[in-house]
Ligand binder design. Structure first.
Ligand code: NAP
Ligand code: GDD
Length: 342
């Protein structure tokens, strides 16, 4: 039985942070989250976990800070004295990174360095997780990517993630920090932000079914991604910090599907004619595209005992059903029954 630990999560208000916090709390750990001040609420994904911190036994605590405010990071490390730090915060949208390259690089490279430095300069020695990305592989030359595949980043986001990845290795090797890089392929869920393509499609179709929207505007349908289910990927992340030695791991399903395939499967479940509803909008194209990604997670299977469980069609259904419920529709009444899934 693992002894309860104190975990600090940056990016706790995001998709991954919310699942990770949920899992750590379920396991009995104390969780601290760094949140940004925002003019409107940004805690919807973690509200179900929140208990007034003054209540005895409350194990989730939120702290204001920002990856770009190194003083807040130093203060947090000293105050919280975490056993584990999960650095999930980032400007995480690839398309947006072309519009905001400096801000993207600042949150990812400078922010990660500031957090590592806050740890190094303190007397606290937490284990450290860095949220790396399959986007780092970029313009791939091989059909599969694993931990030894070269990085050929295609966006400011990916280039920044390569920089943060390298920085984590430097702190591991130069200072002996237990610091690991996860290289996670795309992972989705009903908590995915609707600006990413999978959720944009499932949410858009649910809204069409509910009569709230009349169409869906998309960019490049031919790009392929290796799409997994986010809660399972956070299980892998936790396991990475439980190893005897720090190391880097690819997390992926090993299957690749195009955006078009995702769209076709969603329309099939909703029994709608895609020709009527899908429109092309060049605004969603990127100055440089990553055409295809497919991960080989054999090392994670062997060393972490981790394997993906949710396959592509099941993922589409999970997301579409959740979006139907969100707009007040009963999935059993509006979607093709589960046993008719291909
Ligand atoms: P997400 O939903 O976009 O969440 C990003 C989080 O970072 C949010 O909590 C956001 O806070 C926070 N954040 C952004 N800028 C910040 C700053 N300057 N200071 C403090 N916090 C800041 O992303 P996600 O999908 O959960 O992904 C988590 C991490 O994994 C990211 O680093 C992403 O790049 C990486 N990743 C994701 C995937 C994937 O498929 N999901 C794959 C590989 C790697 P607000 O709520 O205030 O905006
Ligand atoms: N967002 C978006 N919106 N993408 C679209 C659209 C659209 O309307 N139409 C087509 N696409 C295509 C993009 O061009 C890209 O090829 C693919 O859909 C996936 O785009 P996103 O869902 O935005 O994800 P991503 O692969 O660029 O990035 C996500 O996964 C990375 C892991 O590989 C993000 O979560 C990154 O933070 C993460 O690192």
């Amino acid at each position: 039985m693992r002894v309860p630990t104190v975990a600090l999560i940056t990016g706790i208000t995001g998709q991954d942070g919310s699942y990770l916090a949920e899992q750590l709390l379920d396991l009995g750990h104390e969780v601290h989250g760094l949140i940004r001040r925002s003019s409107s609420f940004n805690t919807a994904r973690i509200e179900h976990l929140y208990v007034d911190p003054h209540v005895e036994g409350a194990r989730l605590k939120l702290h204001y800070g920002d990856l770009l405010d190194s003083s807040s990071l130093r203060r947090l490390i000293e105050e919280v004295r975490p056993d584990e730090v999960y650095n999930l915060a980032a400007q995480s949208h690839v398309r947006v990174s072309f519009d905001m390259p400096e801000y993207t690089a600042a949150t990812i490279v400078q922010g990660t360095t500031s957090l590592l430095e806050a740890i190094r300069q303190s007397d606290v020695r937490p284990r450290f997780y860095q949220a790396g990305s399959s986007e780092m592989f970029g313009a791939v030359l091989e059909p599969w990517q694993d931990e030894s595949s070269p990085f050929r980043p295609q966006s400011p986001y990916a280039a920044a993630k390569v920089g943060a990845h390298a920085m984590v290795r430097v702190y591991r090797e130069a200072y002996g920090l237990f610091a690991v890089n996860g290289i996670l392929f795309n992972h989705e869920s009903p908590r995915r932000s609707p600006t990413f393509v999978t959720r944009k499609i499932t949410r858009g179709i649910a809204r069409i079914l509910a009569g709230l929207d009349t169409g869906l505007f998309l960019g490049n349908l031919e790009a392929s991604r290796d799409w997994g289910y986010a809660p399972e990927y956070m299980e892998a992340v936790r396991l990475m910090l439980q190893q005897d030695e720090p190391d880097d791991f690819v997390i992926a399903t090993g299957e690749t599907h195009s955006v078009r395939e995702f769209m076709v499967e969603t329309f099939r479940l909703a029994q709608l004619d895609q020709e009527r509803y899908v429109h092309f909008d060049p605004v969603y194209l990127r100055p440089a595209e990553v055409e295809s990604l497919r991960g080989d997670a054999s090392k994670a299977a062997e060393r972490l005992g981790w394997k993906p469980r949710t396959k592509f069609t099941a993922l589409v259904r999970i997301m579409l059903e959740a979006d139907c419920r969100e707009v007040g529709l009963d999935p059993a009444k509006v979607l093709l029954p589960a046993d008719e899934v291909a």
